[in-house]
Design a protein around this ligand. Structure first.
Ligand SMILES: *Cc1c(COP(=O)(O)O)cnc(C)c1O
Length: 426
């Protein structure tokens, strides 16, 4: 395939935008080469600036569960826009989306809308701290909760020490309040809790991880977290920005059968427009301004266009809950197809899958946490990524990302994808 125009656009973008992109993973740093500029998209396909058609497996990193330019969502946005785009005053549609979301998620009474997943997680942690009157948080290495300071933290030297900043600009003062545990390792959590008795406000986790490839929590691990939190008076915070309204109506909570104390949403809840949200019981949410003292605000929060897109999306999911099952089946089909093909190529690989999330890691080691995810061979991954791209399949341009299937993908698309893999020389 030819990417002449994309490369020219990228060169121009780099003159005015740092790295030519507005979010780093778009820049192809992990796989090399120039990123592809999109002209438009419809259903399961991206159409780039050079006229190539690509089968899309990222769906804007998750939001477009029903495929690109889904008519009811697009129409809802167009119609809403005609009445004005922002008022800085309450609108009825905010309550409509809140009511619908509350009806779909098993254990929330109230929800606050923000503009991104980052904002949701940042605000949810502030609420947890304000509610518990404790400062420290536990997060898991490899889990992503957006780019706010408290989350850009890596493990310190000892297992029980506090974290250190993993980006310049994050202060050591902030880092000392974020403790790093290992995913799927309950003992690492127990040690941190014991060493910081009575100081931990919340444990934040991706209940099914998607930011180190797809990683599934073991039953004992996720149940154990709930028990520890309940026993120690720590709030369990599920970051469902990726999994919410994707794995089921009630997200990972419903599928795993575990209830968290605070939930974060993003991606699907905005139907492709900038929306994030956090939610909890009335008791916890009562601590949030203006009802309570924990401050949080936003000029464009609850924006009518964003609410219209989210409402159209969630209505569809509420009316057609079979979508989740159908997506999971398609993902399993892709998994089987990939497995059959990779088995006869002499490359080490692992495939992880949960619902409509799936990832391939080129390693012999089962991928259960960040460390094992990092054992993936990036040379294989680069050849795989670019090989698939040449065959018209767009995968996430990093081995640390999950693929997101969308409802518009047909079995024919999946077969083409499997055939593309079959034809590769890894
Ligand atoms: C994408 C993501 C975020 C951040 O959301 P943004 O809208 O990109 O700020 C937070 N948590 C998880 C689990 C995510 O996947």
């Amino acid at each position: 395939m030819i990417y002449k125009r994309s490369s020219a656009l990228f060169a121009e973008a780099q003159k005015y935008i740092p790295g030519g992109v507005n979010s780093p993973v778009r820049a192809f740093k992990a796989v090399g080469g120039d990123p592809i500029f999109v002209k438009k998209a419809k259903g399961a396909y991206l159409f780039d600036e050079d006229g190539n058609r690509l089968i899309d497996y990222i769906a804007s990193w998750g939001p477009l569960l029903l495929g690109h330019a889904y008519e009811p969502v697009i129409n809802a946005v167009i119609n809403k826009a005609k009445d004005g785009t922002s008022f800085g005053m309450p609108t009825e549609i905010e309550t409509e989306l809140a009511k619908l979301a509350v009806s779909m998620v098993p254990n929330i009474d109230k929800i606050r809308f923000v503009n991104s997943g980052t904002e949701a997680c940042m605000s949810a942690v502030r609420l947890a701290r304000g509610y518990t009157k404790k400062d420290k948080i536990i997060k898991f290495a490899g889990c992503y909760h957006g780019h706010s300071d408290s989350f850009l933290i890596q493990a310190g030297s000892g297992a029980v020490t506090f974290g250190s900043p993993n980006s310049p600009g994050v202060t050591q003062g902030t880092a000392k309040d974020t403790l790093l545990a290992k995913y799927n390792d309950l003992q690492s959590v127990r040690e941190l809790v014991a060493a910081n008795q009575g100081e931990i406000a919340t444990i934040i986790i991706e209940p099914v991880a998607g930011n180190m490839g797809c990683i599934v929590p073991t039953d004992t691990f996720i149940k154990g977290l709930r028990e520890i939190c309940t026993q120690e008076g720590i709030l369990l915070l599920f970051d469902e920005v990726m999994t919410g309204f994707r794995l089921a109506q009630g997200g990972a909570q419903e599928v795993l059968g575990i209830h968290a104390d605070i939930l974060c949403f993003g991606k699907v809840i905005g139907g492709g427009l900038p929306v994030g949200a956090f939610a909890a019981s009335s008791k916890i949410m009562a601590h949030l301004a203006p009802e309570g003292p924990v401050y949080q605000a936003g000029t464009l929060s609850g924006n009518p266009l964003a609410m219209a897109a989210g409402l159209a999306m969630l209505k569809e999911l509420k009316e057609r809950p079979e979508i989740f099952e159908s997506l999971a089946k398609k993902t399993a089909y892709l998994h089987e197809g990939f497995d059959a093909v990779l088995k006869i190529k002499s490359v080490p690989y692992q495939i992880n899958r949960f619902g409509s999330m799936i990832s391939v890691h080129f390693t012999d080691t089962p991928v259960i946490d960040f460390e094992t995810s990092a054992t993936g061979n990036n040379d294989y991954f680069k050849r795989y990524f670019h090989g698939m791209l040449d065959k018209g399949v767009y995968l996430p341009p990093s081995a640390f990302e999950s693929y997101f299937l969308n409802d518009a993908l047909s079995y024919e698309d999946l077969d083409k994808t499997i055939e593309a893999l079959d034809s590769l020389d890894l």
